[in-house]
Design a protein around this ligand. Structure first.
Ligand code: ADP
Length: 267
């Protein structure tokens, strides 16, 4: 049996609010409106949802979507075992049954048929048809659907359809403003604010290269990685090359430009 408690976020996650998103999310949840969180990778979307699940004291079921994911992966399937066939609920079905917040991370990655199954859950019906099982689930009153997506690097082909988009309320996230981001780094990795400020500066230099050789800037997540390595004793220039530059580019010119920015910052 699925245990609601196992999906609860037990410890308060550290989340630095950027604007009034916490109050807005609470209002959306109160009305059980579906929520979409847009923004570049590693800017705090998942952390925000985790924090909200904790604050609202609701179970959270997160599904990282990928291109091989089908509707059955979300909804469930029959399994064959020694005892014969038995049905196994997928994560979306579990969330609808127990009244969890279901967070579909990077939903556009999943195949089109998955977006179709979420539709009846996002309107007044709040139902989930399990076609293969011949069952129609009525979502638990606490159930809420949340999706994230990164509009930046999706090809037009992979964009969400308007008929899906227009079923959601939406938050537009971006990398935090410099002082806020420095605060996040110093809290997450326990580093001093001066060092956090230097890392943020490198992040910003890279973000200016977006569209000029870089598809995405350096994320807050990577800045946290760099901060963590430095905190662990790695020399700052090595830490930055390893956490901030090598992961994001294979282009020698861009790499040299960023390495240079690092050397200047930590000269
Ligand atoms: P994504 O937008 O890809 O879901 P995450 O929420 O996983 O990104 O954020 C990546 C990391 O960045 C987090 O693990 C956390 O360390 C840090 N982070 C980003 N934004 C915030 C924030 N507002 N408050 C606290 N941590 C943050």
């Amino acid at each position: 049996m699925d245990n609601k408690e196992q999906y609860k976020v037990r410890k308060e996650p550290f989340y630095q609010a950027q604007r009034n998103e916490v109050a807005l999310y609470e209002a959306a949840y109160a009305a059980r409106l579906p929520v979409m969180v847009k923004g570049p990778t590693g800017c705090g979307k998942s952390r925000f949802i985790e924090y909200m699940a904790w604050k609202l004291n609701k179970p959270l079921i997160t599904v990282a979507c990928n291109e091989d994911m089908t509707a059955s992966d979300l909804v469930g399937r029959y399994l064959l075992d020694a005892g014969g066939t038995r049905w196994l609920d997928g994560p979306l079905t579990t969330a609808a049954r127990i009244g969890a917040i279901c967070y579909l991370d990077e939903v556009v990655e999943a195949r089109q048929d998955t977006t179709v199954v979420i539709h009846p859950l996002t309107d007044h019906r709040r139902t989930l048809p399990l076609d293969k099982k011949g069952e129609l689930i009525k979502a638990h009153p606490d159930f809420q659907l949340v999706i994230s997506y990164n509009p930046g690097y999706q090809s037009l082909m992979k964009d969400l359809k308007q008929s899906t988009k227009q079923r959601f309320t939406a938050f537009e996230f971006d990398y935090p403003e410099a002082s806020v981001e420095a605060g996040i780094l110093s809290k997450e990795a326990d580093i001093d604010p001066g060092l956090a400020g230097q890392l943020v500066k490198i992040g910003q230099a890279a973000r200016n290269l977006k569209g000029h050789g870089l598809d995405e800037g350096i994320s807050t997540r990577l800045l946290v990685y760099a901060a963590t390595l430095i905190k662990g004793g790695v020399e700052p220039r090595d830490a930055c090359r390893m956490a901030l530059v090598r992961p994001i580019t294979d282009d020698a010119d861009i790499r040299d430009t960023l390495d240079h920015a690092i050397d200047t910052t930590f000269a």
